[in-house]
Design a protein around this ligand. Structure first.
Ligand SMILES: C[S@@+](CC[C@H](N)C(=O)[O-])C[C@H]1O[C@@H](n2cnc3c(N)ncnc32)[C@H](O)[C@@H]1O
Length: 255
């Protein structure tokens, strides 16, 4: 009985989210319809560690950005590349690039010390696997790969001064979530967003509310963390975000 109820909630929410996405600007009707069909196909072909609703929310945000607002999209924590395939289609449709950052070796050593649900090497998607999935189901022409531990690779990305409009942070762990905030938030355009899928991982989520993390950017009050969805049952979705204020502000990473 509980299983039926869970499935009922999932399907009802799922239908409502798809409808919400399809109700976007009328000029994007055909594009949005096509994206939903492709997203569902991707989910049937590639193991995904997200609910459809999570990516629909991120896609909706990117599709609503002004076309003349420059900036790319980052996904940090990609697993088999299910979300990457979907976001590559959105990036291609909006003239942006998608940067995929992952160890491509799964979770790091000692992940279980932070959260007993995680273990070293779990959520492994190799670089070859992800590239293959993106080639089969996404748009490889807009995708760039940054392999390695985020703690090592993001400082280099930060140094390039790339301009971003959206980040999908989905590492489930506190240290990589923290480096994403410290190194990618400064690259965001005003009005840009870091979406986090770590809503169900208290240690990682804590980074978004940590005054010290934001203080390192000379931001003395952490920006509001909006929790869009908190999974009632597994697969009903879990997503939060912080938005960079539109007012001009100076952010600086301390040495
Ligand atoms: C939950 S999975 C990502 C799911 C994916 N976004 C999706 O929607 O299907 C978490 C990913 O984070 C990566 N990861 C975790 N900690 C990392 C770190 N410190 N550096 C690089 N990658 C890391 C793992 O390799 C794994 O692929």
């Amino acid at each position: 009985m509980r299983g039926h109820w869970r499935e009922f909630v999932r399907r009802t929410e799922y239908k409502a989210e798809i409808q919400r996405f399809l109700n976007g600007p009328s000029s994007q009707k055909a594009l949005r319809q096509e994206l939903v069909e492709k997203f569902l196909h991707i989910s049937s072909q590639v193991p995904c560690s997200h609910a459809e609703s999570d990516i629909l929310r991120i896609a909706d945000f990117i599709l609503r950005l002004p076309r003349d607002l420059t900036g790319d999209v980052v996904e940090s924590g990609v697993f088999k590349g299910g979300a990457s395939c979907k976001l590559s289609l959105v990036a291609a449709a909006t003239g942006r690039r998608l940067i995929l950052c992952d160890s491509f070796h799964g979770f790091p050593k000692d992940a279980d010390k932070e959260d007993a649900r995680l273990s070293e090497g779990e959520k492994l998607g190799t670089l070859d696997e992800v590239k293959r999935n993106v080639s089969l189901y996404g748009d490889p022409s807009v995708v760039e790969y940054v392999p390695g531990w985020l703690e090592h690779t993001l400082p280099e990305l930060r140094a390039t001064g790339r301009v971003l409009v959206a980040v999908f942070e989905d590492t489930d762990l506190q240290d990589p979530a923290t480096v994403c905030i410290k190194l990618l938030y400064p690259l965001l355009q005003p009005g840009g967003r870091i979406f986090t899928h770590d809503v169900m991982f208290p240690m990682a989520l804590a980074a978004y509310r940590d005054r010290e993390v934001w203080g390192a950017l000379d931001i003395h009050a952490p920006p509001k963390l909006v929790i869009v969805r908190k999974a009632i049952f597994r697969r009903t979705g879990a997503l939060g975000y912080v938005t960079k204020p539109k007012a001009r502000e100076q952010v600086r990473v301390r040495a």
